[in-house]
Ligand binder design. Structure first.
Ligand SMILES: Cc1ncc(COP(=O)(O)O)c(C=O)c1O
Length: 401
């Protein structure tokens, strides 16, 4: 690798191109979020900052639909929330059942193993949900399981995992019920209290519509008790949730230097979410996700996800053999400034993934990405009749009035 020697002439002022971010996240954020994120910084121990933290936590409780005191943002992306929750609840020698629905919930296995837990991995086929009977069997075969964790929204396959039955089975066996809502929160219902979720972690940069870099988490009393009863202190200083909660919701004792501007952006994104109203926001995501799927199906393309389990916020589209996934994505980016996602692992090269999340979930983006796809698909090996998807979307929206 050749290193460049920085000099003023070689490294100009940065002026990144505008991208329409229609992949699995990050998404474009509301200009209100961008504006407040460039407001003057506050120190992390400024009294004004403490008020902002408390307001942000209060708004987060609204969006998580919980009264949990321990509701805060971990400094880091979605996986920092996963690490925080799992490494605080689990200890060496504990056993966890993981509902691995794809790449992202599959990382629960990795994170829990690093903590030293024994992992029973229940892996589903791509796009298929985890059945309650499978979980029941795993609990029966493995007495003493401490925790079951899975995702409500698996971004790698566009799967929406029903949680009701899984919760019932988990609690019937006395284990903790932990949910990854990184992709779901703010776009589909995540009712922490009503669904008896003991611990939940999320991400900022998807349906919540904030910038990457903060991971909302919420834990109930039972989860908190589990942490209090640990045999050994949490291995991670940085992700110690009791200390983080003291900084966010207690006497604000220093733990680490939080980025005030990221918190401003999160607070504004949550204000926008609450202004819109949760039900209206979920309905908006559903409407435009359905419109996109109508256009995709009109093109003769198949959705990977089992029918009835599709996420509205992320559509995973299977490509027939011979269609060049890389060409589609590269051309959308270079010609239209549109970013979409590809497939992970075995699905690499066989899948494109389109996200309509937060600020980006609107009809303009449905039309824009489908127009662009109608243009790009034929030169990527998939002939289409121009206008087919657009007509289907027109018909779909008309049918909704
Ligand atoms: C379901 C799910 N979990 C976890 C993550 C990891 O989040 P991050 O990349 O913000 O660390 C993602 C990211 O796409 C996700 O979709």
């Amino acid at each position: 690798m050749t290193q460049i020697t920085p000099s003023r002439s070689q490294i100009p002022e940065l002026n990144p191109p505008y991208r329409l971010l229609l992949g699995p996240g990050p998404c474009n954020v509301d200009p209100r979020v961008l504006r407040i994120s460039s407001a003057p910084q506050l120190g992390h121990l400024d009294p004004e900052m403490f008020t902002i933290l408390e307001e942000t936590a209060a708004l987060l409780r609204e969006v998580f639909q919980t009264k949990n005191d321990m509701t805060l943002c971990v400094s880091g992306s979605g996986f920092s929330g996963a690490e925080a929750v799992l490494s605080n609840l689990l200890e060496e020698g504990d056993t966890l059942i993981a509902g691995s629905l794809g790449f992202f919930s599959g990382r629960i296995v990795d994170i829990a193993s690093r903590v030293g837990a024994t992992v029973i991995n229940l892996e589903t086929e791509p796009g298929q949900p985890l059945e309650a009977a499978t979980l029941e069997k795993a609990f029966q075969e493995n007495p003493g399981v401490k925790l079951f964790a899975t995702a409500v929204a698996e971004t790698s396959t566009g799967l929406r995992q029903p949680l009701e039955e899984l919760e019932r089975v988990t609690h019937a066996h006395g284990a903790l019920f932990v949910v990854d809502a990184v992709c779901g929160l703010g776009g589909i219902p995540v009712k922490v209290d009503e669904w008896k979720i003991d611990a939940c972690y999320a991400g900022s940069q998807k349906c919540l519509g904030a910038l990457p870099g903060l991971a909302p988490v919420t834990l109930n009393e039972r989860a908190l008790e589990t942490i209090k009863k640990r045999r050994k202190p949490v291995q991670s200083y940085y992700l110690n949730l009791e200390a983080l909660n003291r900084y966010w919701n207690g006497d604000h004792t220093y733990h680490h230097t939080i980025c005030s501007n990221l918190v401003y952006g999160m607070r504004e994104a949550l204000r926008i979410t609450c202004e819109e109203g949760l039900e209206a926001r979920f309905a908006r995501h559903q409407l435009h996700g359905d419109a996109l799927k109508a256009g995709i199906k009109a093109l003769g393309l198949r959705i990977l996800t089992e029918p009835g389990y599709e996420l509205p916020v992320l559509t995973a589209i299977l490509l027939p053999k011979g269609v060049d996934e890389m060409h589609i994505r590269k051309t959308l980016l270079s010609r239209y400034n549109i970013e979409i996602g590809g497939g992970f692992g075995a699905l690499q090269g066989r899948l494109i993934r389109i996200g309509l999340m937060g600020y980006n979930a609107n009809s303009q983006n449905v039309y824009t990405v489908l127009e662009a796809l109608e243009h790009v698909l034929p030169e990527s090996g998939y002939p289409v009749t121009r206008g087919t998807a657009i007509q289907a979307v027109d018909d779909f929206y008309a049918s909704q009035h």
